[in-house]
Design a protein around this ligand. Structure first.
Ligand code: B1M
Length: 233
């Protein structure tokens, strides 16, 4: 850390300066500073969702660009991810604190071969905040993990995440296996992750592709409303 950085007193920065500083701190993997800044913004009356999207997600987007361009490497990005998780940990209970009635049950996991979990964790947080009960299977899930859990508990929605072009086709393996076992139509299948798009979602037989966590919540709500309408018809 440079002397200049040592001198920065986060609480003395304006909101805009602090958000920019958070992008830098995330980039540098400075977890404690990120946690302190998240708390400062919350104390200043920021909505948890704004802290999440404007400071943390935007910071990680910048990290992603330099990772792609070979400026940052895996160890640095791991530190950035760790700092991001520190911030998300503070926001999680606040995003989940809506007191909303239970809207439905979701199972979510990152697919086999893929260890990216920040986006999935964000979807989980936002879904819980919106009133869904979510079971998170974590990362690197073979098809059996999804099916065993779907068999052993009641779920309305299956969510899958993939961040790599090499792992996204595995979502089709899961959906095809569900079709083979005659259980595909029992669930709404939502997929997401940076390399996916709507066309891909359709091609693999998912119900919907969700661009981000907010879209995942809205889409899940729409499907649950349809389901309740069908049941009461
Ligand atoms: Co990885 N990585 N990474 N990485 N990594 C990407 C994905 C990459 C695009 C970077 C790049 O080159 N620009 C690139 C993939 C290229 C490709 O496939 N075409 C890449 C690569 C190549 C790799 C490795 C192969 C690098 C290597 O080892 N040489 C390796 C693979 C490991 C593996 O999985 N087997 C690897 C490793 C890692 C780290 C471990 C260092 C770390 C992950 C840490 C962690 O997750 N705990 C990491 C990170 C952090 C990234 C980037 C920089 C950031 C991902 C992230 O967290 N974004 C990423 C670059 C990028 O995506 N721009 C990159 C923030 C997050 C909030 O967004 O995950 O998109 P995202 O989630 C969004 C939406 O996509 C959506 O909602 C979320 C919230 O709004 N969403 C869903 C996601 N899942 C959903 C599920 C749903 C609904 C919506 O279900 C219903």
């Amino acid at each position: 850390m440079s002397d200049e950085e040592d001198d920065i007193i986060l609480s003395e920065l304006s909101d805009d300066e602090l958000v920019l500083q958070m992008h830098d701190d995330l980039y540098d993997g400075m977890k404690e500073e990120i946690e302190e800044s998240v708390n400062i913004l919350l104390d200043r009356g920021w909505m948890p969702y704004d802290v999440l999207t404007k400071a943390l997600v935007e910071g990680m987007r910048i990290v992603g660009i330099d990772f792609r361009d070979g400026i940052l490497f895996v160890p640095e990005v791991l530190l950035a991810a760790n700092a991001m998780k520190g911030g998300m940990f503070i926001l999680k209970p606040l995003l989940a604190e809506t007191g909303a009635p239970r809207l439905g049950n979701m199972l979510i996991g990152t697919v086999k071969g893929d260890i990216h979990d920040i986006g999935k964790n964000l979807v989980t947080m936002m879904m819980e905040g919106a009133g869904f009960e979510v079971k998170d299977l974590g990362i690197n899930n073979p098809v059996e993990n999804y099916l065993d859990e779907l068999d052993s508990n009641e779920y309305d929605i299956l969510g899958m995440s993939a961040l790599l072009t090499t792992t996204m086709p595995y979502m089709k393996v899961v959906i095809d296996t569900m079709v083979e076992k005659g259980m595909r139509d029992d669930y709404v299948v939502l997929v997401g992750g940076a390399p996916l798009n709507e066309e891909f979602g359709k091609a693999i037989g998912a119900d919907a592709y969700c661009r981000d966590a907010a879209v995942a919540v809205e889409t899940a709500k729409e499907y649950m409303a349809k389901k309740h309408n069908q049941m009461s018809a």
